[in-house]
Design a protein around this ligand. Structure first.
Ligand code: ARG
Length: 463
């Protein structure tokens, strides 16, 4: 049997290997809801324009609703011989309502159909990812407020640099997630135009109303060029690029959790809920979830690169290569969404070891900059000279094996006689973070205000 949908000029069935390489139903079945919504909008428009009879449109809509519930309750049989979701739905429609089903495809092609379905799908996905990232931000901001005063080492080059607050560190990821959400928001705005009615590539001679179908599907407007409408996948690329950046942010955080939970630093603990044991080493508590978030980023970036490579050689308009746009994208969307949810779980779960964090914050003369700043402020020294004097004091403390705030005043005065006992007021890690009140700085007061501001914004967003 040749294909019912397009087999008019075909005498033979496809070779088994042809069917195997051509079939996309395993992937595009996930577009069923969008496919049915788009078909309903198209049929209603065809009737309103007098292109098909109102009664046919009514039966089409009823049949499509039946199919939607059949797929929803698992009673629908997807057939590989029917290639893809579009032909599976149409074929079932004709079983349900007879020949009127054949009128649905008037003034439409699978090319504009799949472009429409996938835009709708990506739009829904963006909304779901946005919600997951908002939940991640909320968890971070809540923990940041709780730990506005918790002092931890801040790092550059993964060397102890200056003390920061744990809340401040968490809020850095709230900012990153906010820009990630902005990128998804931008992509959503640009993708929200309707390809439906572009037909195969050139438009149609039927008096269709593309504004009506665009509006019915929640698009802002129809796409202006039919060739572009059926042949670009930049909306997927742009969304994948946003996914890749967001996954990269999550991966950096995941890496920090791996470092913090390592016994080498012991800064943070994850509970049994977010760790696994070893089958041979009973003492182990492995941060698998964080490691997997880190690894899933590879899959997300890979999907972006994969689709860029698929697209880069394609002439206009539709080419079957584009059927390969969905699998990688869907995997990437699922990976990012899972990674965001896992990170949210870990943010709720983690317990910082405050004593250890504080001790580590003071290690390695982390308040040396505070001493140099004090010399500038109180003794009016140029910063470069203050840096030099501080370096000598650090060397002395290091040689004596004591922390900066434990070095006797006399020893400091031997290097710079004008240093007064007041200097000890800036040498503790607490005073160090408290002093960083510049906008965006790590002072607990700043962190509290920022965390509260974020919580308020995020909670308002939800209403
Ligand atoms: N399954 C196809 C895809 O995902 C639908 C479009 C088919 N169009 C065509 N001209 N063969 O791309």
């Amino acid at each position: 049997m040749s294909n019912k949908m397009w087999g008019g000029r075909f005498g033979e069935s496809p070779d088994a290997i042809m069917e195997e390489i051509n079939v996309s139903i395993d992937v595009d079945r996930h577009l069923f809801a969008q496919d049915i919504a788009a078909s309903k909008a198209h049929a209603a428009m065809l009737a309103a324009q007098g292109i098909i009879a109102a009664n046919d449109a009514k039966n089409i809509a009823k049949g499509l609703d039946t199919i939607l519930s059949e797929i929803g309750n698992g009673s629908f049989t997807f057939k590989r011989a029917l290639e893809d979701i579009h032909m599976n739905v149409e074929s079932r429609l004709s079983e349900l309502i007879g020949s009127a089903a054949g009128r649905l495809h008037t003034a439409r092609s699978r090319n504009d159909q799949v472009a429409t379905d996938f835009r709708l799908y990506v739009r829904d996905t963006i909304d779901a990812i946005d919600a997951a990232l908002a939940a991640f931000q909320h968890a971070l901001a809540a923990r940041a407020l709780e730990h506005a005063d918790t002092v931890m080492p801040g790092f550059t080059h993964l060397q102890t640099a200056q003390p920061v607050t744990f809340g401040h560190h968490l809020l850095a990821y709230v900012e990153m997630a906010s820009r990630d959400r902005g990128r998804f928001h931008d992509a959503r705005k640009r993708l929200n135009e309707s390809p439906l009615g572009a037909a195969a590539l050139a438009g149609t001679s039927f008096p269709i109303d593309r504004n009506a179908t665009a509006k019915a599907l929640g698009f802002d407007r129809p796409m202006a060029n039919s060739l572009d409408a059926v042949s670009d996948r930049d909306f997927v690329l742009e969304t994948l690029a946003a996914c890749a950046i967001s996954a990269t942010h999550l991966s950096r955080f995941a890496e920090e959790i791996v470092i913090w939970t390592s016994p080498l630093t012991g800064l943070v603990q994850l509970s049994d809920k977010f760790t696994t044991g070893s089958s041979i080493m009973p003492q182990k508590r492995n941060p698998d979830a964080a490691e997997l978030v880190r690894a899933k980023t590879g899959r997300v970036i890979g999907s972006l690169i994969g689709l860029l490579i698929v697209m880069k050689g394609l002439p206009l308009a539709y080419q079957k290569d584009m059927q390969e746009d969905k699998q990688g994208a869907m995997e990437a969307f699922a990976a990012l969404s899972l990674a965001a949810r896992a990170m949210t779980g870990m943010v709720h779960d983690l317990t910082p070891d405050k004593a250890r964090m504080k001790a580590a914050a003071g290690d390695g003369y982390a308040t040396a900059t505070d001493l140099a700043d004090w010399l500038v402020r109180k003794l009016k020294m140029p910063f470069r000279d203050a840096h030099h004097v501080t370096g000598q004091i650090v060397a002395k403390a290091s040689k004596a094996g004591v922390a900066l705030d434990k070095l006797p005043l006399k020893e400091m005065q031997a290097i710079q006689p004008k240093i007064t006992p007041e200097v000890f007021g800036v040498l503790s890690v607490e005073s160090s973070v408290k002093s960083r009140v510049s906008f965006g700085g790590t002072a607990p007061k700043n962190v509290r205000a920022q965390a509260k501001g974020w919580l308020k914004r995020l909670e308002k967003e939800q209403k």
